[in-house]
Design a protein around this ligand. Structure first.
Ligand code: CP3
Length: 354
């Protein structure tokens, strides 16, 4: 569907897209989950007095915030400034983002009747996202733009719990007690997620990341039965879209092969598992050596830079065991991170032999 002009500018494939396609890059690509956001003073200034969700539906603001970390750090990709709850808002579900807390749902969804009654029609409410992506692509030049969405399980957890949750207990109770309602909910969420990503691809994003941030709370057995089919219905629908699909969750060391099976071209790894071990687990049973993304512990960025330096070099070396490596953190940038440290990490990664 997407032609070569989306992958290349001139005759050089952007490093991130080269690696995702299994090719050798000119340098190791590096970007950071949550690179746009509160670690940047220019972000905090722009967002002053503007609620998060209002910002997400303002094309000029989305464009500016998306570009800020690219200008500052020279990262190898921009990620669309948005949030995993944006498609829920577009569908008309009552959810807000509360500073310091995260998504909060007005009426948690816990019964079959509530699942039935969930709106799923997004109408033309993704139009500002389309406009934002066009503005961003015009400004980005050859740096690729990554689109994203939350995976059905992670979205379901917010809807059922009503907000962030440590144990996901109501979510697990529902998924085990009433499988029919569970699958009905995840089917609906997969539809909304698919539409959100398809809108982004049509508008020009050149890679997509599916965030199943909280999937690591599940056993592999439950993940395979109750979650994987719905993530696969999102990722499978994108298989022919011509953009690489990155699949990421936190604490997913035991789930990596299943998450790849859901339909990932790149598997995101958190800091708990060394990349060489992740590559070994993913290529067991004769599967091709995976392309990996990760996995510096975001908290390590708070340590002295000689510690950061050693960690970056270790991870870069371990990444050599994979079929390709996109350098990233193992989860998002923490708000108190010194942005100058991020810039130095980018310089260091770029100085290492790809
Ligand atoms: O730079 C980027 O990575 C793009 C922007 C982005 C945001 N949210 C912006 C944001 C991305 C990719 C997300 C995804 C997201 N949102 C996830 C998946 C990624 C992950 O971290 O696992 C999840 C679980 C959410 C839900 C969410 N939204 C949380 C937990 C929070 C933080 C709440 C807080 O205040 O601590 C949000 C709000 C949010 N999303 C902020 C940003 C920049 C902070 C809000 C603000 O600046 O006022």
């Amino acid at each position: 569907m997407l032609s070569g002009e989306h992958r290349t500018q001139g005759d050089v494939t952007a490093p991130l897209l080269a690696v995702a396609a299994g090719e050798k890059p000119s340098r190791t690509p590096v970007w950071f989950m949550r690179q746009a956001g509160r670690s940047l003073p220019e972000y905090r200034k722009l967002r002053e007095g503007v609620p998060m969700l209002e910002a997400c539906f303002n094309p000029e603001m989305v464009c500016e915030v998306t570009l800020q970390p690219v200008r500052r750090h020279d990262v190898d990709a921009a990620i669309l400034f948005s949030d995993i709850v944006v498609p829920l808002v577009a569908a008309g579900i009552g959810v807000d983002i509360v500073p310091g807390t995260g998504p909060v749902v007005a009426e948690p969804v816990r019964t079959a009747a509530q699942v039935d009654a969930l709106p799923a029609d997004t109408g033309d409410r993704f139009e500002p996202i389309t406009q934002a992506i066009r503005l961003i692509r015009d400004e980005l030049g050859r740096t690729p733009l990554i689109g994203f969405a939350g995976a059905p399980f992670t979205l379901a957890s917010y809807l059922i719990e009503g907000g962030p949750s440590r144990n996901h207990e109501r979510t697990k109770a529902l998924m085990h007690s009433d499988k029919q309602t569970w699958h009905a909910l995840l089917t609906k969420l997969a539809g909304i997620t698919r539409e959100f990503i398809e809108v982004q691809i049509a508008a020009g994003v050149q890679a997509v990341q599916l965030f199943d941030s909280w999937a690591g709370a599940l056993s592999e057995r439950d993940y395979r039965e109750l979650v994987l089919p719905h993530s696969a219905s999102v990722l499978g629908a994108l298989a022919d879209a011509g953009v690489p699909r990155i699949h990421f969750g936190v604490g997913t060391s035991e789930l990596l092969p299943a998450m790849r099976e859901a339909g990932a071209d790149v598997v995101g790894v958190d800091w708990r598992l060394p990349l060489d071990e992740a590559a070994r687990r993913l290529s067991a049973n004769g599967a091709p050596n995976p392309v990996l993304q990760g996995n510096l512990d975001p908290a390590v960025l708070m340590a002295d830079f000689d510690v950061v330096d050693a960690e970056v070099r270790r991870i870069h070396a371990e990444g050599k065991a994979a079929g390709g490596h996109i350098f990233n953190l193992g989860h998002g940038v923490l708000p108190d991170t010194n942005p100058d440290v991020l810039t130095r990490v980018v310089e260091l990664v770029h100085s290492l032999e790809p």
